[in-house]
Design a protein around this ligand. Structure first.
Ligand code: NAP
Length: 245
């Protein structure tokens, strides 16, 4: 029997990679990444040991032409698209709003918001054709907290994705497509180092009510639950995976 097909953006590392490894037991996977070829290959190999068919889709989600090419590749390789984890995302260096540059804000919103919306749009077009599908957009606890003195632009980009998730859900849920968002809290991935603050997760652990950071695998379990039939009456909502933060 053929497996459902899942697209995960930003799956060469961190939360996206954990989602791929957890999903591989059940789904065939279109595994998107931007630059980390070695990371993507390693995740692919792990997924294949669980019987998944995996295609690697190198695409920068901030570039509309890359998204078009990625979906052309998916259309050529798979019979349809059943699920999407809209996960690719970036943070910036720690800064106050008065220090934010236009270029940084532009990139933040091009990747975290416009890229995610364009990917969701293409996914919905394919899901609508078969009147079924599930989408999880990865937000952040920052959308609630605002992230003052660190990255307010990032927090605002994640708030936008939550509002988008609710609106898209209302548009498509009667057609059999569920759309939810998930807010990770402070999760041990490479994103903090990429934002210039490698010790961030460890430093903030004591501010979490559970007194610890989360793992990418703990986030992946929530994401895969939202995609699954176990969540068949769950749409237009946001799930916190934040240790209580
Ligand atoms: P990560 O370890 O830095 O991984 C980010 C992934 O996104 C990588 O696979 C990266 O690909 C990909 N990516 C980045 N920009 C891209 C682009 N323009 N096009 C396509 N792929 C792109 O980050 P993470 O911590 O797993 O974060 C995943 C998601 O969770 C993000 O949306 C993030 O905002 C959210 N989140 C994370 C935390 C946390 O504490 N870690 C908390 C809340 C929310 P390449 O490396 O191949 O370029």
């Amino acid at each position: 029997m053929s497996r459902p097909v899942l697209l995960i953006t930003g799956a060469s590392a961190g939360i996206g990679a954990a989602c791929a490894r957890l999903a591989a037991e059940r789904y065939d996977i279109a595994l998107n990444y931007r630059s980390d070829q070695a990371g993507a290959e390693a995740v692919k190999a792990d997924c294949e040991t669980q019987g998944a068919r995996v295609i690697l889709c190198r695409a920068d989600v901030s570039k509309p032409e890359d998204i078009t090419a990625m979906f052309a590749q998916i259309d050529a390789e798979f019979a349809g698209l059943d699920a999407l984890i809209n996960n690719a995302g970036i943070v910036g260096q720690t800064a106050r709003v008065t220090d934010l540059s236009y270029a940084r804000m532009r990139e933040m919103f091009d990747v975290n918001v416009i890229g995610a919306i364009l990917v969701a749009k293409e996914a919905v077009l394919r899901m609508q054709a078969r009147s079924k599908g599930a989408i999880v957009n990865i937000s952040s606890a920052a959308a609630r907290l605002g992230s003052a003195n660190t990255y307010v632009d990032y927090a605002a980009s994640k708030a936008a994705i939550e509002t988008f998730s609710k609106g898209l859900s209302d548009e498509v849920c009667a057609q059999g497509i569920r759309v939810n968002a998930l807010r990770p809290g402070i999760i041990e991935t490479g994103i903090h180092a990429k934002g210039g603050d490698p010790d961030r997760a460890a430093r903030f652990a004591s501010s979490v009510p559970m007194q610890r950071t989360g793992s990418p695998e703990e986030v992946a379990k929530g994401v895969l639950w939202l995609l699954s039939d176990e969540a068949s009456y769950v749409t237009g909502t946001v799930l916190d995976v934040t240790g209580g933060r």
